[in-house]
Write a protein that binds this ligand. Structure first.
Ligand code: AMP
Length: 265
């Protein structure tokens, strides 16, 4: 049993890596106890996505949680989470259909539905999410505001490999050559972040990504956009405030996303 005190929840899909560990450590700074949920949520995968081959490393995940001081691991089955005659879910609204949502129809409805269920089941004071999935984090903040969900949302910075590749459970799918191509995502973000105006930021990022489409294996770009961090609408050319440079691409059969804040200079 957990004693008295505050509780933080770190929702994950398992296959835990250093990014997840950093979330657990941040959660410990925000609450007396930490719960980690491990659930590969079928609702947020499209019919042609990687639900069935998503990595599952439950025993190692339990060790990671114990080592990082998470007192509770909540790992329900799909049957425990969803009634067979389930009807009602969360609607992500227009923001769920743009940028990442345009490439993954229904994805954010599935994410918000499972996050709300996890919050209702675990009833944490705080929930921690990574900036790596920036639109997901923005949508969760939107849901908590729009639906008056009684939880504090904490965003955590993206953890990267020394060469810049953002950690992801899906990185383990990458061959050595695919990984080299995948590096162009973070390189494009760095090139963009070194620029000053929105037009130049996007042009610099696109130049790197276009180069990567000629690598072997090639980068297959889904999108690169400069957006408002709260609404995910594209910013105007004369935008002055903070923006978010977001990118998604496939390398081989692995789909990767990344982003970086663009601060006013
Ligand atoms: P996932 O298991 O991929 O659903 O991710 C669970 C949580 O970990 C989400 O809040 C992600 O944004 C976060 N996360 C994933 N990768 C990273 C990373 N490289 N750095 C920080 N947080 C991450």
């Amino acid at each position: 049993m957990l004693g008295a005190g505050t509780l933080a929840l770190v929702p994950t899909m398992g296959a835990l890596h250093e990014g997840h560990r950093s979330l657990i450590r941040l959660a410990r700074e925000h609450a007396d106890h930490v719960a980690v949920s491990i659930f590969v949520n079928p609702l947020q995968f499209g019919p042609n996505e990687d639900f069935s081959r998503y990595p599952r490393t439950f025993d190692v995940d339990l060790e990671v949680c114990a080592k990082e001081g998470a007192g509770v691991v909540f790992a329900p089955s799909a049957e425990e989470m969803y009634l067979p005659d389930r009807q009602v879910g969360v609607f992500a609204g227009g923001m769920g259909t743009i940028v990442e949502g345009a490439f993954r129809p229904g994805h954010f409805d599935g994410v918000l539905t499972v996050v709300l269920k996890l919050l209702n089941l675990v009833q944490p004071d705080v929930a921690v999410f990574g900036q790596k999935d920036a639109q997901q984090l923005a949508m969760i903040r939107r849901m908590v505001a729009d639906l008056d969900v009684p939880v504090a949302i904490v965003g955590a910075p993206t953890v990267r490999e020394p060469d810049g590749l953002a950690l992801s459970s899906r990185n383990r799918y990458l061959s050595v050559r695919e990984r080299a191509t995948a590096l162009s995502l973070s390189q494009a973000l760095a090139a963009g972040a070194a620029e000053t105006t929105p037009v130049r930021v996007l042009a610099a990022a696109k130049a790197v990504l276009e180069g990567a489409t000629r690598l072997d294996p090639p980068l297959l770009l889904d999108y690169v956009e400069l957006v408002d961090p709260m609404t995910f609408r594209p910013v105007d050319d004369d935008h002055q405030g903070e923006a978010l440079l977001v990118v998604a691409a496939k390398v081989g059969t692995t789909r990767l996303i990344d982003n970086t804040p663009i601060l006013p200079k």
